[in-house]
Design a protein around this ligand. Structure first.
Ligand SMILES: *Cc1c(COP(=O)(O)O)cnc(C)c1O
Length: 396
């Protein structure tokens, strides 16, 4: 099913796109918590399995509540089609594996979420797929890797946790000349602040566990692309391998989209103030935030992003001991590896989310032992600053 075009502005799409009321005319989106559907006749069932009519068959293939979430996200992203998945990693893995086969080559930014890095460096090579990692922020590095034919390009921008950027439009052009489809993990930017499809990417993936749910309740993900790519590559893979989302989780996600703009805009405004304020702190050696003028790719950020989202990465004095002291001293900010939540969360990437990446590669990406990633939530900015002040005082 291709997504409908509603002709509304984004704020309206966030609240209303995909809404399909039943005959009872309920106000809010209905939860269809069912696995199967019945047919009116054997002939209708036959037609459904041939794809000749538009009825639901089985919730692994599609479900009305899941469809609300998919339609709503597609409208916001401006994508022809969206499919929701059980987790963000199911979205990443199915987008990659439906596109690639033995003997293929994928070029990827080395600055990736830990599990994405594992898929590219451990799982795909087992199936005879070659992965070439490049320095994502260096266009020459992409140019060299894409001077040979490739089948896919995978990147995350801004990257987690160092917030490095990839010039999506420039990489898409190089990738297309090399014959590759461009897959962008757009989790940190969110669909509000960066539109990879408009920049030339072919496929966008999300972990909706993060800002889309935004309340730390459910796992989920999504893959968005053109109807042509989805129908040829993604849908047959999705229907037969089963990464589908539970309709309950999709219902939560669809409802959460209604408030996403309010939440993410507030978190972003707080994050940007905290990033500037932390820049002057004596225990903070470095602040990474794409909205700061001292970010190495600030101009690219201004060109490619609408705003800079809610993640602030800092390097604290005292290395691992300093970072652990700060984390252990927080009384408001929680120690957790999730992000995009209404509650502010902080983590130490070198020993948690990125612990499995070999130390030399990790340091090469800038993830040193003093690095802390802070996902700024919806608390009052003064309470967050007070907590940061007292915790940073105990760094070393
Ligand atoms: C969290 C995350 C994922 C994985 O999502 P899950 O929902 O946890 O499976 C992938 N990419 C990025 C950038 C993430 O932050």
């Amino acid at each position: 099913m291709t997504s409908k075009i509603y002709g509304w502005r984004r704020a309206t799409n966030l609240v209303r796109a995909g809404l399909a009321r039943t005959l009872n005319n309920e106000t809010t989106e209905t939860l269809y918590l069912n696995s199967g559907f019945v047919f009116n006749s054997a002939a209708e069932a036959e037609a459904a399995f041939k794809g000749e009519n538009d009825v639901y068959i089985y919730s692994r293939y599609g479900n009305p509540t899941v469809n609300v979430f998919e339609q709503r996200l597609a409208a916001i992203e401006g994508a022809e089609m969206c499919r929701a998945t059980a987790t963000g990693m199911a979205a990443v893995f199915s987008a990659l594996s439906c596109q690639l086969k033995s003997g293929d080559r994928i070029v990827a930014a080395r600055e990736l979420f830990g599990s994405c890095h594992h898929i590219l460096s451990e799982i795909l090579p087992r199936w005879g797929i070659e992965t070439a990692f490049v320095n994502g922020s260096n266009l020459d590095s992409w140019r060299i890797a894409l001077s040979k034919p490739a089948n896919a390009v995978f990147l995350e921008s801004p990257s987690n946790p160092m917030l490095d950027l990839v010039d999506i439009a420039a990489v898409a052009e190089l990738a297309h000349s090399a014959g590759a489809k461009v897959i962008v993990d757009n989790v940190l930017a969110t669909p509000l602040f960066q539109n990879p499809l408009a920049l030339g990417a072919d496929i966008v993936v999300y972990s909706s566990t993060k800002h889309i749910d935004g309340h730390g309740r459910c796992l989920g993900g999504a893959v968005l692309s053109s109807a042509a790519w989805m129908n040829e590559h993604f849908i047959p893979f999705y229907r037969n391998t089963g990464p589908s989302i539970s309709s309950f989780n999709a219902w939560i996600m669809a409802k959460s989209l209604e408030t996403m703009e309010l939440r993410v805009e507030r978190m972003t405004s707080t994050a940007s103030k905290i990033a500037s304020w932390l820049s002057g702190h004596e225990k903070v050696l470095q602040v990474r935030y794409p909205g700061l003028a001292n970010h190495p790719q600030h101009y690219l950020a201004r060109r490619q992003m609408i705003d800079y989202s809610n993640i602030v990465t800092i390097e604290v004095a005292g290395g691992k001991r300093g970072a652990f002291n700060v984390l252990d001293s927080f009384s408001l900010i929680d120690l957790s590896n999730n992000l995009g939540d209404a509650k502010s969360l902080a983590c130490h990437p070198a020993t948690t989310t990125h612990a499995r990446i070999p130390a030399d590669e990790r340091i090469d990406c800038g993830i040193t032992d003093g690095i802390l990633r802070i996902s700024v939530g919806l608390e009052h900015i003064d309470d967050l600053m007070e907590d940061l002040l007292q915790a940073l005082a105990k760094a070393c």
